[in-house]
Design a protein around this ligand. Structure first.
Ligand SMILES: [Zn+2]
Length: 228
């Protein structure tokens, strides 16, 4: 896939004790040109590594080895400074519309390459709302996590039965997965549903709990254990 260079001056150095271990997905909430202008404007001090427009054209704004400014105040699995540990991909989308097929296909080609080059695990492909549930809602409920998951490029828990509806266990599982402990129950539920239970707006229930438990189980493995 051809990647067009569109250099942004908005970047710095990664912190020395970090490596690229996450990919964070965003929507721009603006049209393509306004997005590119803002991501390249020194006045706004925001940027990302890649931007994919609705037709699937991919731009590179910041080199992978530099620290782009897309995550802001964020947290995942005990780690803060996610900008130092991640690549940021912006998708041109208003937040209220489907992501076109051409855009998703370019994203999958890009993700496949980046996961291989940087040896990133699919479980570390996250949404901005996962790492900042109290502030952010992107990539939002129109983003097709299932498609990424079916292609081995992200994870999405599946369950067939509910478990007990219990707020406390839900929050404990959310922390076990990696969500920031300071976020409220409502913020986490909203962020989690926008990824795992799109368009469901009913009351908190046993399926939310079962999905969060499954989600946490995927992350909560002893990284030193040998699966053999
Ligand atoms: Zn974002």
């Amino acid at each position: 896939m051809e990647i067009l260079k569109y250099p942004s001056p908005n970047f710095g150095s990664r912190r020395e004790d970090t490596k690229i271990q996450f990919i964070i997905l965003h929507y721009t909430a603006m049209d393509k040109q306004s997005s590119l202008d803002r991501l390249c404007s020194p006045d706004y001090e925001v940027s990302c590594h890649y931007l994919i427009d609705s037709g699937g054209t991919c731009y590179q704004l910041v080199d992978d080895n530099k620290r782009a400014w897309h995550a802001g105040k964020s947290f995942w699995r005990g780690l803060r400074d996610i900008n130092s540990r991640s690549l940021g991909i912006e998708l041109v989308n208003s937040g209220n519309e489907a992501y076109p097929k051409a855009q998703m296909e370019s994203l999958m080609v890009l993700l496949r390459d980046l996961l291989a080059i940087h040896k990133i695990s699919p479980q570390n492909v996250l949404g901005h709302s996962d790492i900042a549930p109290s502030r952010k809602t992107d990539p939002g409920k129109w983003f097709d996590w299932r498609l990424l998951s079916e292609n081995g490029l992200a994870i999405l828990p599946k369950v067939s039965l509910p478990i007990d509806t219990d707020k406390q266990s839900f929050l404990l599982d959310a922390q076990r997965a990696g969500f920031e402990p300071e976020a409220t129950f409502e913020q986490i539920l909203q962020a989690f549903r926008s990824r795992c239970r799109t368009n469901f707006e009913g009351a908190f229930d046993g399926y939310d709990c079962a999905l969060m438990k499954k989600f946490a189980d995927i992350f909560d493995v002893d990284e030193l254990s040998n699966p053999q």
